[in-house]
Design a protein around this ligand. Structure first.
Ligand code: HEC
Length: 101
């Protein structure tokens, strides 16, 4: 025999599960975020070109640079636009990732 669920209850359950799944599904891993930096700063932040290396950069310096790029306080060719896309939480995670590379 099939168990009957009230349609409103089913809708409510569905809505709750969507909400719960949202943040995890939309936040990329720090490794994935860091790979976007590698195109210019080199794999894992070890630059082989004119762009500065960011591997091993102290966490405070990294966060300070990124926040200054984000606010526009430090003028940059491209980093202002890039930094704006990251939250402070992302920046801290990236700083911790790159300092260990
Ligand atoms: C399109 C190329 C490009 C990408 C992608 C890029 N950067 Fe940069 N980044 C630069 C350039 C170029 C500079 C040097 C400052 C300038 O000339 O604008 C820089 C500077 C920096 C600095 C300051 C380094 C220093 O010692 O002065 C940090 C920190 C930094 N980038 C972090 C990141 C992070 C984190 C990412 C990924 C989320 C990233 N960058 C992605 C091009 C890039």
């Amino acid at each position: 025999m099939k168990k009957k669920t009230h349609p409103l209850f089913a809708l409510l359950t569905a809505a709750c599960s969507i909400q719960a799944a949202e943040p995890a599904a939309h936040r990329p891993s720090v490794e994935r975020m860091a790979h976007a930096c590698g195109a210019c700063h080199g794999t894992y932040g070890h630059s082989i070109g004119p762009t500065p290396s960011i591997a091993g950069k102290p966490e405070e310096d990294f966060v300070k640079d990124m926040l200054e790029f984000k606010s526009g306080q430090r003028v940059s060719s491209i980093m202002n636009r890039i930094a704006r896309a990251y939250t402070e939480e992302d920046i801290t995670a990236l700083a911790q990732f790159f300092k260990n590379q």
